[in-house]
Design a protein around this ligand. Structure first.
Ligand code: NI
Length: 170
């Protein structure tokens, strides 16, 4: 089911999501909603808090991962994802977010990371990525800690954006 995507500065986006204790029908339905919403609105990833559910579930486009013949589709669900930095060297990507309207900006993050999570069958999954793909893994997992890519902007850039958002809401 397509769900509305919360927009900054919705306070839910700044909250910390709870770990998933059990992968049950609720979690499977949540994952399906995330997939439906992402494929409808477009984008490379989405996290549960973006549709108002404070659970640690994200969906990421893994179409760059060519070595998995079992992939049913390009989007994969990750439950309780944990990011580990494999190469801390800074790397900049131009990021945007379904919850942050009208802004793309360069964000510097560690170049290469691993993501460990559970799939919807409760099996452990491990992926690694760098560049744009690695940034995406970090961006989506950040959502579960109430963090948006605009939190990495300089004070000046962030103030300008906040001003623009406030203006737009009047
Ligand atoms: Ni985002």
């Amino acid at each position: 089911m397509l769900r509305p995507v919360l927009q900054y500065p919705d306070p839910t986006l700044a909250k910390i999501s709870e770990p998933v204790a059990e992968i049950n029908d609720d979690i499977r339905a949540l994952a399906q909603d995330l997939l439906d919403t992402l494929t409808t609105v477009g984008g490379v990833g989405i996290a549960a808090p973006q549709i108002g559910v404070l659970k640690r579930v994200v969906v990421i486009d893994v179409s760059q991962e060519k070595n998995d013949p079992d992939l049913p589709q390009d989007f994969r669900v990750f439950v309780n994802p944990v990011v580990t930095v494999l190469d801390p060297k800074g790397h900049e990507e131009n990021e945007g977010c379904l919850s942050v309207p009208d802004l793309r900006a360069k964000v510097k993050r560690p170049r290469r990371v691993a993501l460990d999570a559970l799939d919807l069958d409760g099996k452990p999954v491990h992926i690694e990525g760098e560049g744009y793909y690695g940034a995406c893994m970090q961006h989506e997992t950040d959502h579960l800690d109430g963090k948006l890519f605009i939190d990495y902007l300089s004070y000046l850039k962030r103030s300008l954006y906040d001003k623009k958002i406030r203006k737009g809401r009047r």
